[in-house]
Ligand binder design. Structure first.
Ligand SMILES: NC(=O)c1ccc[n+]([C@@H]2O[C@H](COP(=O)([O-])OP(=O)(O)OC[C@H]3O[C@@H](n4cnc5c(N)ncnc54)[C@H](O)[C@@H]3O)[C@@H](O)[C@H]2O)c1
Length: 398
């Protein structure tokens, strides 16, 4: 089987897949739609990061694809439902770079509170600007976290250790960590906190959800951070609030349109404004995080191909499966309608196949049943394949 890894994925991924018997091709940059379709011909597994878009058109023209590895956290660059409807499993690394993002957010909060970027550039320009005006400790300050998921909740813990008072708002009912205070509305959080940091996910409903109205509700001279997704914030509105002085500083790591490759030109309305830290989507880009992502996602892809395991798949029903030495394993992804399991089992019974083990799980429109059998006649495989509910049938081992 062949794997294509794009966007400079950590070499750990390549070695895990090679060791598992894959032929692996690696490329440094992202590919646009026509380039991607061409590159995917004859490819079974594709590994991407946040810049490559796997659209419905790409999926339609890439018939051999078995699984997609998103070597990052976000998966909104992938048409997940269409992939599931074609039986293509998708995996990501939801936890590997959480700590890296948290550490950057903390560093930036301190840097903005101390106006470090201004002091640094003055001194590089030969100006000794020793002055405490406008510089603050963060101890005791009120931090407002919007989105209390993997990153937001870990930031909450680390920020409390530094003496910040933590407030958060999440659309889901999330358990508060430590002494953090849950706000009942975004408005309550905006009116309370002196630093607002966004850690919401990239669902399409979040497009532009933070704009002029939300900045207006923030406290005078508050600080703002966005290390989540670029399209959730109206950066023209942020620019106006920075220029008027209502917002005292901002740290932005993500942008609505980001250059595809290292070295490409970049433009943003936030460039050139004092006490604004702009970073090129590096929140999760540490060597530690990349190494862990490479290991984590490549292992998920390998285990899916070799065992049928779908643990933590973002688009297929989840089944955790042991290795199956000897014998055969049938993985059957199907439309989730009543009676499919009975049909599978009656086909196997008709062909005299004994079932040694079986697991089923469903997720939305799809069902996934995995059956371990000692042997499997070709005619049984053909009958399972011919079931109208079958989306994808794989036979592993033997
Ligand atoms: N800058 C980087 O390099 C970098 C690295 C990793 C992750 N990220 C981004 O960080 C974000 C958070 O990642 P995570 O792993 O913590 O995600 P997560 O899914 O664990 O948490 C997101 C949380 O936001 C909440 N949420 C969604 N929409 C909301 C809204 N409008 N208001 C309030 N709460 C809302 C969800 O309920 C959830 O609890 C994602 O957008 C991810 O893509 C960026």
């Amino acid at each position: 089987m062949k794997a294509l890894l794009l966007e400079s994925i950590h070499p750990f991924a390549e070695s895990i897949l090679r060791e598992a018997g894959f032929e692996v091709e690696t490329r440094t940059g992202a590919l646009d739609e026509p380039e991607l379709v061409e590159a995917l011909q004859g490819v079974d597994l594709v590994g991407i990061r946040s810049k490559t878009e796997i659209t419905p058109a790409v999926l339609e023209k890439s018939a051999g694809l078995t699984a997609i590895g998103a070597f990052c956290i976000g998966t909104n660059q992938i048409a997940l439902d269409e992939a599931a409807a074609r039986g293509i499993a998708t995996f990501n690394a939801p936890f590997s770079n959480t700590r890296s993002v948290v550490e950057l957010a903390i560093a930036e909060i301190i840097a903005m509170a101390r106006r470090l970027t201004e002091k640094d550039s003055s001194l590089h320009d030969g100006v000794w600007d020793k002055n405490s005006k406008g510089s603050h400790e963060i101890r005791g300050r009120k931090l407002g976290i919007v989105g209390y998921g993997n990153i937001g909740s870990q930031l909450s813990v680390v920020a409390e250790m530094l003496g910040l008072q933590v407030f958060f708002y999440d659309t889901d009912d999330k358990l508060a960590m430590g002494n953090a205070h849950r706000c009942d509305s975004l408005e309550e959080l905006l009116e309370t906190a002196e630093v607002i940091t966004l850690h919401v996910d990239g669902r399409s409903g979040n497009a532009g959800f933070f704009g002029a109205e939300q900045f207006a509700k923030m406290r005078e001279r508050a600080l703002f951070l966005n290390l989540s997704r670029g399209f959730v914030v109206d950066y023209e509105a942020l620019r106006e609030n920075l220029l008027s002085g209502h917002i005292a500083g901002a740290a932005v790591d993500v942008f609505p349109t980001e250059p595809k490759k290292r070295g490409d030109a970049f433009h943003s309305p936030l460039q050139g404004i004092p006490n604004v830290i702009l970073t090129p989507h590096i929140g999760g880009s540490t060597e530690e995080a990349q190494e862990d992502i490479g290991r984590f996602v490549a292992s998920k892809l390998r285990d899916y191909v070799q065992r049928g395991t779908t643990t933590l798949s973002v688009n297929l029903p989840s089944l955790t499966l042991e290795e199956r030495p000897g014998g055969r394993r049938i993985t059957h992804l199907h439309r989730n309608t009543p009676g499919v399991l009975a049909k599978v089992n009656s086909i196997l019974a008709e062909h005299g196949v004994n079932i040694e083990g079986q697991l089923l799980n469903t997720r939305g429109e799809n069902g996934y049943v995995v059956t371990d059998v000692p042997q499997l006649p070709d005619a049984a495989v053909a009958d399972l394949q011919a079931m109208p509910e079958t989306i994808q049938l794989r036979v592993i081992g033997g």
